[in-house]
Design a binder for this molecule. Structure first.
Ligand SMILES: *Cc1c(COP(=O)(O)O)cnc(C)c1O
Length: 358
């Protein structure tokens, strides 16, 4: 067994695998740990998917043009500003492959989305993880140029904090760093503003999106990049030829076409989010102002890991995140709680309240 190791690149042997949140088999679990939408997608998605299965013998459209036409219209850009992928994780992989070579550098804020590190590891690249300022804006260090820096990832809204970096800061960053800047907008539909407008101001700014969260389509695997058409042209060379399948293209196109569904769903989740955050604060948690479909709850008076365990024992899964041991310095630990349905959040808050008492 151990002999097989010698055939692998040392980067792969040495790296820790990316750990997705738990996906429990039991149906009874209230799942508030991976920021999925608690509601099913637009009913139009099902219809479109069923229709798409009639031609499974043919390869899909390599550029997912039906989707790009609808998305371009929604975003106010042209279809040649859009590149589609097998989830936005596929887009992030394409970007890392295209811009960051072996031993070169990727920059990201801390704490943020852990997958960026994994992408750097696979590429044999390094990463500079720079701590957020206490208000979750970019620290002055983030603006310092460095040798070998080839790409910046900025999740906005950020996970786990749910906070947003000012767009002025993103433009200022682009003006001082000589590399592309990727704004990961996985949660932007729950937020007040998008960075898509910045692409016209600086073509090195790119925006990634996903249908996994706000559109309720985590299982479909569909994400996309919005960028300058010349950038899209280069990146098409890097992607797998058929990186989105006919079924996901059909489902994603139908979802994007139903903006009424999106608006109603987002409004529901934002209302539940406000109620949840208000209650968490009244129970003594410190909760950052969230612009996403989750909240980041910490406390200074007692450890949160036992609270996480008590919730889990009652069939309620939230995400426990521990930054106390991190190389980037202590950031404490906390619970990242996804916004579920009103019923799920009420059940979670009830168990939480009794866990705090007991
Ligand atoms: C969920 C998430 C993604 C991945 O989305 P997929 O389209 O499901 O791959 C990307 N970035 C961030 C910050 C996320 O939270």
């Amino acid at each position: 067994m151990s002999d097989l190791q010698k055939y692998l690149r040392p980067e792969i042997v040495g790296m820790a695998p990316y750990k997705p949140g738990e996906q429990p088999g039991a149906a009874k679990v209230i799942k508030l740990n991976t920021n999925e939408n608690p509601y099913p997608p637009s009913p139009k998605v099902h219809e479109a998917i069923v229709q798409s299965t009639e031609r499974l013998e043919r390869y899909p459209d390599p550029l997912a043009t039906s989707f790009r036409i609808v998305a371009a219209d929604v975003l106010g850009v042209t279809p040649d500003h859009i590149l589609c992928g097998n989830g936005s994780d596929d887009i992030l992989t394409i970007l890392t492959r295209a811009f960051v070579g072996h031993s070169q550098m990727l920059r990201l804020p801390f704490p943020s989305y852990i997958l960026y590190r994994t992408l750097a590891h696979i590429q044999g690249a390094g990463f500079e993880e720079i701590r957020f300022a206490p208000d979750f804006q970019l620290a002055p260090e983030f603006f310092k140029p460095s040798d070998g820096l080839k790409l910046v990832f900025l999740p906005n809204p950020n996970s786990p904090s749910g906070t947003m970096i000012d767009h002025d800061a993103i433009l200022r960053l682009a003006s001082v760093l000589d590399c592309p800047i990727v704004v990961d907008e996985a949660y932007v539909d729950f937020a007040p503003s998008t960075a898509v407008g910045l692409i016209a101001k600086d073509p090195r700014i790119m925006v990634t999106r996903t249908l996994s969260k706000s559109y309720g389509l985590a299982a479909l695997r569909f994400g996309y990049l919005v960028a300058h058409p010349q950038m899209i042209g280069f990146l098409r060379k890097v992607k797998d030829s058929y990186n989105t399948d006919s079924i996901s293209i059909a489902g994603a196109t139908a979802a994007m076409s139903d903006q009424t569904w999106l608006r109603e769903n987002v409004a529901k989740i934002i209302a539940t989010r406000s109620r949840m955050i208000h209650k968490l604060r009244s129970l003594g948690f410190d909760v950052t102002e969230s612009h996403a479909n989750f909240a980041w709850a910490t406390r200074s008076d007692r450890p949160v890991f036992p609270i996480y365990e008590k919730l889990k024992a009652q069939g309620i899964l939230v995400r426990y995140m521990d930054y106390t041991q991190s190389i980037a310095g202590a950031w404490g630990d906390g619970l990242r709680i996804s916004v579920g349905t009103d019923g799920e959040i009420d059940a979670m808050l009830m168990v939480l309240e009794s866990a705090l008492r007991g």
